[in-house]
Design a protein around this ligand. Structure first.
Ligand SMILES: NC(=O)c1ccc[n+]([C@@H]2O[C@H](COP(=O)([O-])OP(=O)(O)OC[C@H]3O[C@@H](n4cnc5c(N)ncnc54)[C@H](OP(=O)(O)O)[C@@H]3O)[C@@H](O)[C@H]2O)c1
Length: 263
């Protein structure tokens, strides 16, 4: 089997950085993509020194119209063949719909949806389909549930779920394995850590560390799992969601919304 080389978007921080370290530990070659001046070269040097990894960095704004094609042009020009794509870069929010402006939503949709679709499309042109290759699309548990204050974000992640499930059917029987990662909350940055630390009981049990999620996701992807939901509490929530009737879910959400509005 050929050596696997993984392209990870949003690799400089958070879950993407954990994917980079996990991939290096497993001996994969790496192509790391993130915004300019986000410390990618620093991370690349850490991986080269500690894991003897082959690392190629691309600093690029993934919301640019031409970014997906420019990435594959750079790979071709440098004779780099990738056979694993981790569509990780994503922009979240926790705010009322009217509190963000039009530019914010445009960026969120471009990054979470357009960029994922275009990179996936060009990846399928790029790979050797006679060998195994893998795509991991990072969705969210938010894509499973209706969560006020995550209106556009949750919808982008529902899109990722639908898109991934359709491609799984279209690509079944080929050597291309495509998985959906649906994590709950992850402690990826200080502000989330502060917010997550205030949670109690079951809600707290749904929060996981980025390194744990990255490892579970890569294990699942390489086994060809269709959907990876890290953490028992999160899998339990998804199971509950399937059995609770719609009207009851709406009552629970409205109650939760009321408590948000009065705090
Ligand atoms: N954290 C959670 O609780 C959680 C839960 C479920 C799902 N997820 C999903 O997991 C993924 C990673 O989340 P995270 O919390 O690790 O996010 P994060 O800490 O904000 O990291 C996002 C990464 O994407 C890069 N990025 C942002 N905008 C970009 C752009 N326009 N072009 C190129 N790169 C860009 C960032 O680069 P810079 O460092 O330069 O900004 C950073 O490397 C996302 O898809 C998110 O929706 C997260």
């Amino acid at each position: 089997m050929k050596q696997l080389t993984v392209l990870i978007t949003g690799a400089s921080e958070g879950l993407g950085k954990s994917f980079a370290i996990e991939s290096a530990k497993r001996g994969l070659g790496l192509v790391l993509v993130s915004l300019p001046n986000s410390g990618l070269e620093h991370l690349a040097n850490y991986l080269r020194v500690n894991f003897n990894s082959k690392v190629f960095c691309i600093e690029m704004d993934l919301t640019k119209n031409t970014s997906a094609s420019e990435i594959f042009e750079k790979l071709m020009a440098n004779k780099i063949e990738v056979n694993v794509l981790i569509n990780n870069a994503g922009l979240g929010n926790w705010s009322w719909f009217e509190d963000k402006n039009v530019d914010f939503y445009r960026t969120q949709i471009d990054l979470n949806i357009t960029n994922t679709v275009l990179l996936t499309r060009l990846f399928l042109n790029h790979i050797d389909k006679s060998e195994a290759s893998y795509i991991l699309n990072v969705g969210s548990l938010g894509g499973h549930f209706i969560v006020p204050k995550k209106q556009v974000y949750g919808a982008t992640k529902s899109f990722i779920g639908y898109f991934t499930r359709c491609l799984q059917l279209e690509l079944s029987g080929t050597n291309v394995h495509i998985s959906l990662l649906s994590p709950g909350g992850i402690n990826t940055k200080p502000e989330l850590l502060v917010m997550n630390n205030e949670l109690k009981g079951f809600a707290k049990a749904t929060i996981l560390e980025a390194d744990y999620v990255a490892k579970a996701a890569m294990d699942g992807m390489l086994k060809g799992k269709k959907e990876i939901i890290p953490g028992f509490a999160n899998r339990f929530l998804v199971m509950l969601d399937k059995i609770i009737p719609g009207f009851l879910k709406e009552i629970i959400i409205r109650r939760k919304l009321k408590s948000i509005l009065t705090t």
